[in-house]
Design a protein around this ligand. Sequence first.
Ligand code: BTN
Length: 245
Amino acid sequence: IGNNLIVLDSVGSTNDYLKRLGSDGCENGTVVTTREQKSGKGRLGRVWQSKRDENLAFSILLRPKLAPKDVTPITPLAGLAVCKALRKTTGLDCRIKWPNDIIIGKKKLVGILTEMCAEFDAVEYVITGIGVNVDQIEFPEEIAYKATSILLETGRHYDKNRLLAALLGQIEREFTRYNLELPPEALEEYVSLCATIGRSVTFKKGERTVSGAAVGVTAAGELRVMLSDGTVRTLNAGEVTVQGI
Ligand code: BTN
């Protein structure tokens, strides 16, 4: 990962830029990073703030030989790798907020957005975009209560190139070790760092809002939720709201 590394000064979104390169046939493991994104994208159509030099923004393109339904472990594995790498390099007590945010306490430090291009039921490429809040000292009012940065948490400036190298190294190790799957050892690691497990979550069942306790994660990266009658449901990211974090 990162043998082909493209460094930009400014771009709309590294995910979109890499999508174009992907369609033009760029190699597996290509990485795009930038000093600034003009229209950074978050999950669920949200905006991701990426002002010049404040945020480490990068995207990785993979060409896995997988069916579309089998790419789901890529995001939790990337989250696990980023969490471990940041704990190692900064000493911060980062945790994973299922499915793929990295948080410190109740505040978000990293967001991950995975997009896939598939044709005829085969994956052409998968793009995993990662945004790490590094040097922000303040955030827009609407998100200030729920966002943080490495600078705010440690009082130190971390070199973004070194951080990128550490993150890419860990992502490559995790992807290789677990072969882009979530075997039991990977799930155990994920769960041990996941702040969502043990918390109360709610989800919609028709018109009703049902609550339960997050008890684990499946090999497909879904959340296992135990309801008050003891039954366990598996839910995907679009369905669940986690309480308290
Ligand atoms: C989220 O938490 O909603 C996901 C945020 C993902 C942000 C990263 S920054 C690099 C890449 N390019 C984008 O436009 N988005 C991702």
